[in-house]
Design a protein around this ligand. Structure first.
Ligand SMILES: [Zn+2]
Length: 79
């Protein structure tokens, strides 16, 4: 985890963390997915399938750090 430098939350300045998505949410054959979530306000990136772990972390870290994709509120579910 320390390999990837996550910037503070763009909305509240909170600490960002890698999270694992529960397998039951995914209907594909992948086991889990990973995403980045603010530990304070719970804003998050989309999830990326964790079949190739280090790459998935790189992807979600880049999404978080560059905000190239719209960050979503956790209560809105997966798009
Ligand atoms: Zn936040």
């Amino acid at each position: 985890m320390h390999k990837y430098n996550l910037k503070p939350c763009p909305f509240c300045g909170g600490i960002a963390e890698f999270k694992l998505l529960a397998p039951s949410i995914f209907e594909s054959n992948s086991d889990t997915a990973i995403y980045v979530e603010c530990s304070n306000c719970k804003i998050r990136t989309k999830s990326v399938e964790k079949s190739i772990d280090y790459t998935a972390k790189e992807i979600v870290a880049e999404i978080w750090n560059t905000r190239k994709n719209t960050l979503v509120n956790g209560s809105n579910g997966i798009k």
